[in-house]
Write a protein that binds this ligand. Structure first.
Ligand code: COA
Ligand code: ZN
Length: 314
């Protein structure tokens, strides 16, 4: 590994309140979401994707988007983001004092149909109007491109199609692009090849990645992205997450595991790992089941233990 290419600083975008909760069966109250939000703000995270403005019947867990955002603390220095699928979502978002929206669509037709109930081209056709509505209201826009590394229904996704979709956003002036591995189909070689191709085609864009750990390759993919020059990573507290409209969906890369690894590698995140672990335990307490995160169980790498006392026989 060529350590000289590693960045000294990265940005982590915490998506647990959105991607993390959208797949949970039980009801999480707005009050509990606010408790988790406050705890995440304490950690030093700079960016939180806190909800979605999607159909409330499709994702009932996030149907309190307005309520949550209107109650969320302000002037904390944290940027609030939300996912939106269409114009109606943007109209709702602009009333909620957000910093930015993630405009979501999938490269794969089948996943876009299952997730958004429209073809990828229909989603793309809506984007100019969505982007102008958001910009008029002073919101930042990032383009979240799902199934960029593979589709659970179609298998491989052609990298040229990913490039074509990015170009549609870039033509509009949206240069903040997020490549999402919605159902954990990426591997480090696929990640390296796609990122090299995208970087070559669009050297000026801000590029971020969003990996799911569905098949255990999440952190390997994070490392591959780091070595490819990526410095912006989505992740979820405790490793929560998953798309409710994809079979066998599983959690995002776990925030505290990823941050612990970055810190051990000498990469600064501006995030307090102990506070992050406290947030992961709070998420676990609120949800009432064991979360997949590892560092919340083992402790951060630099937390040492006293030598066990051994009785001397005789
Ligand atoms: N928020 C709230 N209501 C919405 C909405 C939104 N963003 N978009 C559409 N609606 C409402 C419409 O107003 C309409 O209401 P009406 O029947 O009272 O007139 C109704 O939903 C149907 O509108 P339509 O445009 O036909 O939407 P749809 O039923 O085809 O659903 C999406 C399209 C995109 C809104 C829906 O598939 C969705 O929310 N998908 C997101 C899934 C998701 O979050 N996946 C995980 C993250 S990637
Ligand atoms: Zn996701």
């Amino acid at each position: 590994m060529d350590c000289k290419v590693l960045p000294s600083q990265v940005t982590v975008i915490e998506v647990g309140l959105r991607d993390g909760l959208q797949i949970i069966d039980q009801k999480v109250t707005t009050e509990d979401k606010l408790r988790l939000l406050m705890s995440l703000i304490e950690t030093g995270l700079s960016d939180l994707e806190v909800t979605s403005f999607v159909h409330p019947k499709g994702v009932p867990q996030l149907s309190d988007a307005e309520e949550l955002l209107l109650a969320a603390p302000r002037d904390t220095g944290v940027n609030y983001w939300a996912l939106v699928p269409n114009e109606k979502g943007v109209e709702r978002a602009v009333k909620c004092q957000l910093n930015g929206i993630s405009v979501a669509l999938s490269v794969s037709e089948s996943h876009n149909l299952a997730n958004m109930r429209m073809s990828t081209e229909e989603s793309i056709a809506r984007i100019p109007r969505m982007v102008s509505l958001a910009w008029e209201a002073g919101l930042n826009v990032r383009a979240g491109i799902g199934t960029s590394f593979g589709c659970p229904f179609e298998g491989n996704v052609p990298p040229d199609r990913v490039i074509e979709i990015i170009s549609r956003f870039v033509d509009l002036g949206v240069d903040n692009i997020l490549l999402a591995d919605t159902t954990g189909m990426a591997d480090p070689i696929k990640v390296t090849k796609l990122l090299q191709k995208v970087r070559f085609a669009f050297p000026e864009i801000t590029l971020a990645v969003h990996f799911h750990n569905t098949r255990g390759a999440g952190m390997a993919n994070v490392l591959a992205a780091l070595l490819s020059g990526i410095t912006i990573f989505d992740s979820s507290i405790g490793g929560l997450g998953g798309c409710p409209f994809a079979p066998n969906a599983a959690g995002n890369v776990c925030t505290e595991d990823m941050v612990n690894m970055f810190h051990q590698m000498g990469i600064n995140t501006g995030i307090n790992i102990d506070k992050l672990i406290t947030s992961a335990h709070l998420a676990q307490e609120i949800l009432g089941f064991e979360l997949p995160g590892q560092v919340m169980k083992a402790g951060p790498t630099d937390q040492l233990h006293p030598l066990p006392h051994r009785e001397v026989p005789g």
